[in-house]
Write a protein that binds this ligand. Sequence first.
Ligand code: G1P
Ligand code: ZN
Length: 542
Amino acid sequence: MQTVLTQPFSDQKPGTSGLRKQVTTFQQPHYLQNFVQAIFDSLEGYQGQTLVVGGDGRYYNREAIQIILKMAAANGFGRILVGQGGILSTPAVSGIIRKYQAFGGIILSASHNPGGPDGDFGIKYNTSNGGPAPEKVTSAIFERSKVIDEYKILEASDVDLDRIGPSTLGNTRVEVVDSVTDYAALMESLFDFDQIQQFLTRGDFRICIDPLHAVTGPYATAIFERRLNAPAGTVQNGIPLEDFGGGHPDPNLVYAKDLVKIMFGDNAPDFGAASDGDGDRNMILGRNFFVTPSDSLAILAANATLVPGYRQGLAGIARSMPTSQAPDRVAEKLGIDCYETPTGWKFFGNLLDAGKITLCGEESFGTGSNHVREKDGLWAVLFWLNILAVRQQSVETIVKEHWATYGRNVYSRHDYEGVDSDRAHDLITTLRGQLSTLPGQTFGAYTVGYSDDFSYTDPVDGSVASQQGVRIGFQDGSRIVFRLSGTGTQGATLRVYLESYEADSSKHDQDPQVALGDLIQLADSLAQITAKTGRTTPTVIT
Ligand code: G1P
Ligand code: ZN
């Protein structure tokens, strides 16, 4: 065992989802090692315990895993479970931590950010419930990273990550496990695989699944093509590549280009889905039809009892604050609570652990349930397919019937990526300065009902998260929310979330960008987006 002297880096503050930086930053000598040691130094009682390690297969994944295995062994973990080839999706890690009662897990991923030598890399720590480390753990890690002066690592040859089975590193047992088996078994315990299989092999319902060259490739191929017998070729772009084929592994209408072309083309399949770099996000499409993630959560909640794993009903649901209020309407009808949390999956953990909620989701293509403690892309796809197999209707019909019942929460998010960081912060600070004077003011058809900077008190442990996004709510229920991304690695990303409510079904077919037109203009004039960022149009609209 070696104890290596090191000096702290000042920039190892975890963001919305772990520490995310450019690959070149991680490649600096001691950079990864410092952070990993800071994680271990912030934990107590892991001697002899189990650690789960895996990543999304992006560039630097294998190197990072070898370093982490040797450091975990040197620091006294008793057993390490690592995915074959270093591959484990984020939800799979969460499931494995829970199934084997591990102490925690380390996931290597920068989620939907591009990969390759010039792309991004990331590392996050998950605790024994399988979920992202809560704020108090991530701040302890950051504090430790600022003063760290040494780390421990074993001098040993590399573990063969491709061969399934056990080996040893010093006194630590390392088990290379199949990346898919446990996850697929968990899915089979929740959904009616036989019914989905019959539906997919009947011949008149075609699906197309696009992992965007990222981690869900092997999972999707095993589940859809092998277990559920969907035709070969159902999964496209299914081999995880270190640079995701040069693409941006983010399942939205802009980045999932191949899939969008197929689903909005001639003779399109009936159902399409994509997932992100580490497999926790999902995009659901019907033939020529896009399902907004906020609606997806609402629809899963409304139809949950059609699915075996949720037949007993839902304890409650939760959505992140910027997510549309469509799920709230379903909760109201079901007579269950709907919690509103800050952006980021870690805020759902306590609610799930306390049994207060069963389903939860975010507008950013994240949906999940109490089966793990991460959002879960393929879980959402299977949930939809199970509902479709039961209802035998098209995706579009199911969504439109939902709108007819509950009204439509028309929704869109506008992202301004790579904005100068000082300008973006100035925009938010200026908005905060206006908050007390906005209520009561009228802009065209809109009168401000409330305006605040969202603050959340966790109902389970009482912890408070403040300054989670500027909300401007209008008297007719419309909202505009402004916040800065906590996951970007270059400059700042301004996110503007727009929502209005339409009860009249004759207007449900309107393009959201048209229906939200006035609010979009109002957002620009309230926040001075063009003047302050120099941008006239968003980089990405979802
Ligand atoms: C983004 C999403 C957020 C999600 C996170 C991790 O964070 O907006 O909902 O939990 O990625 O996938 P942001 O960049 O907005 O901080
Ligand atoms: Zn992700």
